[in-house]
Design a protein around this ligand. Structure first.
Ligand SMILES: [Zn+2]
Length: 444
């Protein structure tokens, strides 16, 4: 048993905040939440960590993250390329050259950064080739991970195949589920890169295995136009007519949805993951048509994602939440419409609901998994402390003040250092692996 002390932002159904509170951890689960003095008295044997000035939150949820393909060449794809070049001239050739060792190293670094910034649950947007190596990385650093295998049946894409071959690989990825920290979803690349046959098969597989199905959809207007030329319909309208959209579907992006598509998302109970830094870095027009806010206001299922290290780059949930709040206010010119407290909801419990994991994570409640983030409020950005810690967390801080992180009760970040892996030890290896990848892919 251990007690984690601090001001507790529970994100429970009453959204309780407990000053000088504590969370009691028993093995992997939360066994108590309350005032520190009372829990201390009731459990004198429990080891105490932290102090009254700390801020304790449920672990942050990142609903869309590439763990392979970008990390080893992070912040290297120029930010002034025409649309499409970043993906087809850089990302795809790099994906084609990824070895198993690259996949594991890449995922280790991304997940280490995630934990360091308080992200305890990561949903992968699709491993290039070796999902079992990504699972090995997650186990090494102690992250909670939903893994997926990059599935597409377009001609000559790296690791593309026939619908049957792709679905076989999806089944293999699903077999990586361990009933503990590792889950898996059916994961396709995107609506422009899958046949109807593959989409229908993938949706059936996800439904029969009771897992999510995720894919990229309409991050930019050009995706939608190409799709309309092929099918005569907006992407989600077409996919819905195939019968494949339901609560199991978790759409990556959905930046450019028309009204009918938004209605389909709501009626079918599908989730959408918004990655606002990617849209800004890539100039995809989210500020022109902020449908994610419309979805939120209509009570839809929405989560946040950090996307990729060449599309948003930093893996920091708080920074993402703040940007989302700013876009909501600015695009509507209405500062009352969405605030820091809403943004924290997206990063924790509402994100967990959208991704179907709120029975396990997303809030600090007895019986849930002990995934906790502790912010050190002795750092200068927290001095003096606001009376509203959530306002200060979202607008006045970021992942840098994360000091301790627990996943399923195990401490995975201690004193701002990742426990499971010595990140500095990986620096030379990562530098060399990135240079080798670029040279094999014929880039730069
Ligand atoms: Zn993505």
């Amino acid at each position: 048993m251990k007690l984690i002390r601090g001001s507790i932002i529970t994100m429970d159904s009453e959204r309780r905040v407990i000053d000088d509170g504590a969370v009691l951890i028993d093995d992997s689960v939360i066994a108590g939440v309350g005032y520190f003095n009372e829990l201390r008295e009731a459990h004198p044997e429990a080891a105490v960590s932290g102090s009254a000035t700390d801020l304790v939150l449920p672990g942050y949820v990142n609903g869309h993250q590439h763990l392979t393909g970008d990390r080893l060449i992070q912040s290297s794809i120029p930010d002034d390329l025409p649309p499409g070049d970043a993906i087809f001239k850089w990302a795809v050739p790099i994906h084609a050259e990824h070895t198993g060792d690259d996949d594991e190293l890449s995922a280790t670094l991304t997940l280490a950064e995630s934990l360091r910034n308080g992200i305890t649950s990561t949903f992968e947007a699709g491993t290039v080739a070796h999902p079992e190596r990504v699972v090995a990385a997650a186990n090494r650093v102690g992250a909670r991970l939903t893994v997926g295998s990059w599935g597409w049946d377009v001609e000559d894409g790296p690791f593309a195949g026939s619908p049957d071959e792709v679905l076989d690989r999806q089944r293999q990825a699903l077999s990586l589920r361990d009933g503990k920290l590792i889950n898996a979803w059916v994961t396709l690349v995107g609506h422009d890169l899958m046949s109807d046959e593959l989409f229908v098969g993938a949706s059936e597989l996800a439904r029969s295995e009771n897992v999510g199905l995720t894919f990229h959809l309409s991050p930019s207007t050009s995706d939608t136009e190409a799709y309309k030329q092929r099918t005569g319909l907006a992407p989600l309208v077409h996919l819905d007519r195939l019968g494949g959209i339901g609560p199991h579907v978790k759409i990556g992006h959905g930046v450019h949805l028309d009204d009918e598509e938004l209605r389909i998302v709501l009626d079918r109970g599908a989730g959408v993951i918004a990655c606002p830094w990617a849209y800004l870095r890539l100039g995809q027009g989210t500020s022109q048509s902020f449908r994610h806010l419309d979805l939120w206001l209509a009570g839809g299922a929405l989560a946040l994602g950090c996307d990729a290290e060449n599309a948003g780059d930093m893996v920091d949930g708080i920074r993402t939440a703040a940007l989302f709040a700013g876009l909501a206010k600015d695009t509507t010119m209405d500062p009352t419409i969405f605030g820091a407290h809403d943004a924290l909801e997206l990063l924790t419990i509402r994100g967990a609901v959208a991704l179907g994991v709120d029975d396990m994570v997303g809030s600090i409640e007895v019986g849930k998994q002990a995934d906790l983030v502790v912010h050190d409020r002795t750092r200068v950005e927290w001095i003096p402390r606001s009376d509203d810690p959530v306002l200060q967390l979202v607008w006045g801080s970021d992942g840098r003040s994360v000091r301790d992180v627990y996943v399923a009760g195990t401490q995975v970040v201690a004193d701002s250092t990742v426990v499971g892996v010595d990140v500095a030890d990986l620096a030379a290896q990562a530098q060399a692996a990135g240079a080798s990848l670029r040279s094999r892919a014929g880039i730069g």
